[in-house]
Design a protein around this ligand. Structure first.
Ligand code: AMP
Length: 273
């Protein structure tokens, strides 16, 4: 595995490679969720590139940019053992100039749900993903459905900017008790972690209601909110795959999303129905 810090050097090295390139962008503190993306990229491509970059432009003032878990040595081992060919580990200065070009997230879909509590967050995400995709020019890039709104916005960017890459959505990997794996889970105390399980409980109740053909989104939201109540709820939203609000769950075209805060930790989860 080659560790590369410079965007221009990585571009040069990748130009010399033959075959398909699978790319997994991350912010590090790698867990089994990331590993699943990397393993799939490995199976489906000749070359695998992983990036680790805690992107400052997607953190708002007062958020956890400085505290975000960083595990450089462990992450390098994980990538090495997973058969990654190139680990891209840039500094913020290598990625951003002083008078920058940036992308704006769509004014509606980038500013609802997570975009309401974190205005501008998705502009930072799209800007960095755009830069990363331009550096790596992968055949396929792998993103988790756990960050459903992010995935939708990246798919929109790729379509609307006519970018030549296949975006591959990956299912959410969970702990045994159902908690969605996240680098931020290390912030949770034991009690906060137990409370956080209400998120998956609420999503399971929603699934059961749909299986009983109780498909009213208002009723599902009410049932979920009552289970989630010990947490600080940011939103419970039910949308179609185009992220438009719906009255009734349509099987095969629905996403139920939750964002809640346990202690001080923002937790996202969802199910695709
Ligand atoms: P992050 O390092 O949190 O920015 O995540 C990097 C990529 O891994 C993103 O595409 C995430 O959606 C994805 N990811 C994070 N957690 C999980 C998980 N539990 N299961 C599957 N993918 C995940």
């Amino acid at each position: 595995m080659r560790i590369v810090h410079s965007p221009l050097e990585l571009q040069k090295l990748l130009r010399e490679e033959q075959g398909s390139v699978g790319f997994v962008p991350t912010m590090g503190a790698l867990h089994l969720g990331h590993r699943t993306l990397i393993d799939t990229a490995k199976k489906e491509n000749d070359i695998v590139v992983v990036s680790i970059f805690v992107n400052p432009t997607q953190f708002l003032e007062g958020e956890d940019l400085d505290a975000y878990p960083r595990k450089e040595e462990a992450d390098k081992k994980v990538c090495e053992l997973s058969g990654v060919d190139y680990l891209f580990y840039p500094s913020a200065d290598a990625m951003y100039g002083s008078d920058e070009v940036s992308l704006n997230a769509p004014s509606v879909r980038g500013y609802i749900m997570e975009g309401t509590s974190r205005p501008g967050h998705f502009s930072g995400v799209l800007t960095v993903v755009n830069k990363l995709l331009n550096i790596v020019t992968p055949t396929r890039a792998y993103f988790g459905k756990k960050d459903a709104q992010q995935l939708m916005l990246i798919e929109t960017m790729v379509t609307n900017l006519f970018m030549n890459v296949e975006i591959v959505p990956m299912d959410t990997v969970r702990e045994k008790d159902g908690l969605a794996m996240s680098s931020r889970n290390v912030y949770l105390s034991e009690q906060e972690r137990t409370e956080a399980l209400n998120i998956i409980k609420s999503l399971r109740i929603a699934t059961q209601m749909v299986m009983r053909k109780e498909c009213s989104t208002v009723e599902i939201q009410e049932a979920m909110l009552s289970i989630l109540s010990p947490l600080q709820i940011e939103y419970v939203t039910i949308v179609n795959r185009q992220f438009q609000p719906i009255q009734k769950v349509e099987i095969g075209n629905t996403i139920i999303l939750v964002e809640a805060i346990s202690g001080t930790t923002r937790l996202l989860d969802n199910i695709w129905i």
